[in-house]
Design a protein around this ligand. Structure first.
Ligand code: XIL
Length: 323
């Protein structure tokens, strides 16, 4: 048995991983990624982002993401689609601050509708709006979001309204990081759920990215409590981008740092198990070989459940032991 099959046996929907076409030629990687006992869901790590799907206005390109979707389908794995309205990884034409509100609304409508219709019926869920919040729970302004500056906070319910019309079968998520650790930011996300509903739009879930640090991961009960705040609103929750980075690498295989990392992984997975509304866990790559952490946060690393050479770490054993 593996992560996904054990997870499903507990009543959850999936255990999944971020992956993308840059991983396709690595056979050792694919042996694990396409083993449906381990991973029952793929999230395209980059290929569904705006810069990939609409690099020039009106010019859509789905070739990369289609390859990921096709692979998931032929392995009978779910697809979690990621992401639509986000301030980051935008093509330059979108970032252009000379948009007027009507033109930007039309652009957003065309983008979300075209991308979502292309994948309609194939996405278990969509991260409709990503990372709209600042760390203090107010709307993010650093770096500024073109959507917030030109449309104001109503771009959030607007995105969910467009999304619901484009693919009625996908669960619609708000997705963000540090909701796990910063109560004020979680308050902000609660506010977003309410704001979307007050506008008469549909939201089905809140995604907790869970980019964590070894030794600074919340305890299982604590995180379960935060997840329950959202469950109480009647939305699903999911851990959408889990990785737990060491502050200073390299760390020794099987050493004390890896023991702590294993405890931290178990706390996050355990919290999801404790909350009925938590549908599943996605790791943001399963191997250190392809983790985004070292290049984004210099000095940090070894954040995944498998080492660079595909050795399952203590975190893997701890999670399997828990399931
Ligand atoms: C990251 C990818 O992993 C990197 O390959 C890319 O260069 C930048 O984006 N939050 C998200 C993800 O929602 O889309 C980000 O993915 C990580 C942070």
């Amino acid at each position: 048995d593996g992560l996904h099959s054990l997870m499903v046996a507990t009543g959850k929907v999936y255990f999944g991983t971020a992956t993308d076409t840059n991983n396709f030629d690595d056979e050792a990687y694919q042996t694990i990624a396409t083993n449906r006992k381990e991973f029952g869901m793929f999230t395209p790590e980059n290929s569904q982002k705006w810069m990939s799907t609409e690099p020039f206005q009106g010019n859509f390109s789905f070739a990369q993401a289609d390859r990921v979707a096709q692979r998931a389908r032929s392995n009978r794995q779910l697809l979690r689609c990621h992401t639509l309205t986000w301030h980051s990884q935008l093509p330059p034409f979108v970032q252009n601050t000379t948009w007027n509100p009507a033109a930007l609304t039309a652009l957003l409508t065309a983008h979300l509708t075209t991308v979502m219709r292309h994948y309609a019926g194939r996405c278990y869920a969509w991260d409709v709006v990503n990372e709209a919040l600042a760390e203090n729970g107010t709307m993010r302004s650093d770096p500024p979001s073109v959507f917030l500056s030109i449309l104001g906070p109503s771009y959030i319910p607007l995105s969910f309204t467009i999304a619901a019309a484009a693919d009625p079968s996908a669960k619609l998520y708000y997705n963000d990081f540090n909701l796990e650790t910063i109560p004020a930011k979680a308050d902000g996300a609660v506010g977003i759920v309410k704001q979307i509903r007050a506008a008469g739009a549909r939201i089905d879930g809140v995604g907790f990215q869970a980019h964590m640090n070894v030794g600074q991961t919340p305890k299982r009960e604590e995180l379960a409590g935060t997840l329950r705040r959202f469950a109480a609103l009647g939305v699903d929750v999911a851990i959408t981008e889990l990785d737990i980075a060491h502050g200073k690498v390299p760390v020794a295989p099987g050493g004390v740092e890896e023991v702590q990392q294993a405890r931290d992984y178990a706390a996050v997975v355990g919290a999801c198990l404790d909350v009925e509304a938590c549908v599943g866990i996605t790791v943001w790559q399963f191997t250190d070989r392809y983790s985004w952490v070292p290049s984004t946060f210099p000095g940090k690393g070894q954040a995944c459940m498998f080492a660079e050479d595909y050795r399952p770490k203590l975190a893997y054993d701890a999670v399997v032991g828990l399931l």
